[in-house]
Design a protein around this ligand. Sequence first.
Ligand code: SF4
Length: 362
Amino acid sequence: MSAGGAWGLYVHIPFCPYRCDYCDFVAVTAGPRSRQWIPRYLSALVRELEGASWEGQAVTAFYGGGTPTVVPLAELHERLRHRLAPGAEVTAEANPGTVDADSLRAMRRAGINRLSLGLQAAQDHLLAQVHRLHTWDDFLAAYRAARDAGFDNVNVDLMYGLPRQSPGDWRETLAKVCALAPEHISAYGLQVEPGTLLYAQRPPLPDDDAQAEMYDTARSYLGDAGYAHYEISNWCRTGRECRHNLLYWRNERWLGLGVGAASQDESRRWTHAAGLAAYCAAVEAGKRPPIRDQEARDPASDILVLGLRLSEGVAEADVDLGRFGQAIDVHVGRGWLQWRQGRLRLTDAGVPVANQVWVDLL
Ligand code: SF4
């Protein structure tokens, strides 16, 4: 991490048109009652950025949620973009059914240059089971509209381990998405978090072995299709890594605006509280948003754990060998870590057990 170096801007839009059964993000369904918060919340975001004392311009921006495309995102970006460096990567997450040709063109004109579309699965019955209210055809329409609007950098978010998802379903999803040739694909295993509808309902899920097999399928299928596996859950065409997420994994600085947003500077990491009313009231009064938690940074462990998520690994000079050397040696012996060209990396065998490696190292 470099003091005073590059930083990224994260903007949290907590509104969603519906609640997915597995979701534990800071998100509220954008019904008539919560919709009335949108103009006030967007103004608070602008004001929060105006009051931030971060120097220089952000090299990336990321509108995440929630579903950022349920608000007038192009207008919001026009009010925030003066804090971005020329050539900044600007990503917006979007769900099918919340964008159309006009809104996508407006986003592109405003300077949003990367779109991350949430598909999850290509089978309508699997989407319906977790209450995602879009279909494969909705996704296809959104994807084509994005291309027509000029988005030449598109990510598709996928999920494996969904209720009743078979290995064949997963392979079909990968095939249908690869046929569209997006620049970037993210694939995450379903996590059943306490407090979600899925946790309460406990539908039949693929077991751990089946999930691991699906992950292996993604690695081989996407590799064969020409995607580089540059991070544990992310694949891309050459040069199309998500620059914003690379800031996280390379342990740089980022400023998060809005409810539930996390930030990190040279010395600490903090997360805003989730309440909309308290957030808006604090920012409107010229105060900092309420903080849910904060902690001092531990750069040596952050560099190791975050850096090992990347296929490039961590430079030997950045590894605290006095603190972690013994545990690293154990995992090199197991074949889960390796030293190559002066960098420490996960091996192919280590990637599926990365969580175990983090726990052992720390
Ligand atoms: S669209 Fe995303 S943020 Fe919204 S409910 Fe679904 S998973 Fe949660």
